[in-house]
Design a protein around this ligand. Structure first.
Ligand SMILES: [Zn+2]
Length: 92
């Protein structure tokens, strides 16, 4: 843990950026990407692999590593405040 990084404030149930005071954040996390792709024939010595970019290459939200919050105002990133639960919903 980085001791020098300020923590997000929670004021009256709202997240507040300690750097700029904004209250809008993005949820971010890291995914190790390992998606299966269909393998086709070898054409002119090159194995044909279907890219399938539409099939989420980053995995489902909430399944990644090192989740963090990013302030949408100043782009600072912060750890998830201790004790704050995360719930993933279809729509806000
Ligand atoms: Zn900020």
């Amino acid at each position: 843990m980085n001791e020098q990084r300020p923590e997000i404030l929670i004021v009256e149930g709202q997240l507040i950026c300690p750097t700029c005071g904004a209250n809008e954040f993005s949820f971010r996390e890291e995914h190790t990407v390992s998606c299966p792709h269909d393998v086709g024939e070898i054409v002119n010595g090159a194995l044909q692999i279907e890219a399938d970019y539409e099939h989420s290459p980053f995995g489902d939200v909430g399944t990644g590593e090192n989740p963090f919050l990013e302030c949408q105002e100043c782009d600072e990133i912060f750890q998830i405040p201790a004790g704050l639960k995360l719930e993933f919903v279809d729509r806000l």
